[in-house]
Design a protein around this ligand. Sequence first.
Ligand code: SAM
Length: 377
Amino acid sequence: MLLASIMPPGIEEVAAREVSEVLGLPVFGVSVGKVFFRASTRDIYRANYLLRTSTRVLVVLANTSFGTLRDIRDVASSLDYREFLAPGRSFAVRAERVGEHDFTSVDVAREVGTAVIESYSSLTGVRPTVDLENPDVVLRVIVRGSSLLVGVETSGRSLHRRGYRVYNHPAAINPVIAAAMVYSAGATRTLLDPMCGGATIPIEFVHIRRHYPIALFRRDFAFRRFGIYEPDVDRDVLEELVAGVDMDSPVEAYCIDISWKAIEGARANLASSYTSDAVRLIEGDSTKVSTHPRVNVDAVVSNPPYGYRSHNIRKIEGFYREVLTSLRNSYPGVRAVMVTLSHRQFSKAAEEVGVKVVGSTPVKHGGLLARIFQTIL
Ligand SMILES: C[S@@+](CC[C@H](N)C(=O)[O-])C[C@H]1O[C@@H](n2cnc3c(N)ncnc32)[C@H](O)[C@@H]1O
């Protein structure tokens, strides 16, 4: 079957690499916020347990172009939902729409919902129940310009909800973006996050290096309610992934933050994510990295304050200059990957202090357009 993993637009390339290298499946195609790949039922489980740079995994029922709302309904009517919607299970349609259309996403959801009822009733003689609040099966419809994707949700809650976070930093990074940054930094052994807040980035790093499956920390996945769900195969996949956890992988992360409250929160997150043994917490000022004990790091990955909440926007450029200078003095030549909403200020600061920006990618973060910078200190 064809699967599509969904991610915040901007990290598709890293996400596609994760599909081929971690799942070992060839990528069939990439489009805005989506990576397509062919997979078996077993791979639905593996994809949900292993893909750290995707927010959801869909079984693709239709991936086509359309002209009118009526076309969308016709496509949805022609599909067979029986493998996923077992008798007695409820469903809901969730629609997303990007672009100019003479209909809304609510119209799309209504039309597809009607089409599902018609198709299912005519094939089974049973009318499926709609439950908008707490459905067993969710059909996701993504309309972007003239392209239409109809898929069945296999993940349930977004995969960025890892299940290990017990302390929510007020400016916490989406773990999916954190993981994409970690992959792109290419750190193999040691990583430094000099403004680590609740430690999301160090935790993602350790989980990636040790191959912790996401299912170690959350149990709820929508595919467990499918008609074609096979509990024995699921158990087998989980056993295989747990056996593949590599606690001997040499991995070490350093997590610096100026706020004791963040450090205490990070400590709680490390404990709940089984990473306390691999991450060292340092309460300190990253504009003065040279005053901390010197460590060897393969890469620096961080999301510094953007200036909107915790720092004054007018002062943020000066702050970036100080942090970058301090990091460059201690770790010259090391790759640093940073994400910020204040990208103009970051670019200017990097240029002024001689930190080389070797690439930058826009990425949607919490509804806002941030930018991931690849730099050499
Ligand atoms: C955007 S938050 C990081 C959030 C983190 N990635 C997470 O997921 O929880 C930025 C962090 O930078 C810290 N910070 C601000 N100025 C700092 C400085 N001079 N040295 C070290 N940390 C600093 C703040 O306390 C805040 O926790």
